[in-house]
Write a protein of this length. Sequence first.
Length: 67
Amino acid sequence: MDRITANPDVMVGKPTIRGMRITVEQLLKALANGITTDQLLDDYPELEKEDIRAALLYASQLVDEDP
């Protein structure tokens, strides 16, 4: 989870990937719209597969009913 960061000076404090200007929200929306992991990695060469997994884990923890 250290790949997900939030900094008020980057993307208005939204959770981002390793402090880059790529938000967890962007990745989740892209995946929900059918963009594949390989396409994301091609579109954002600075991303790593582990970043995408971390974004999914982060989202799953947000909706987890058990804290």
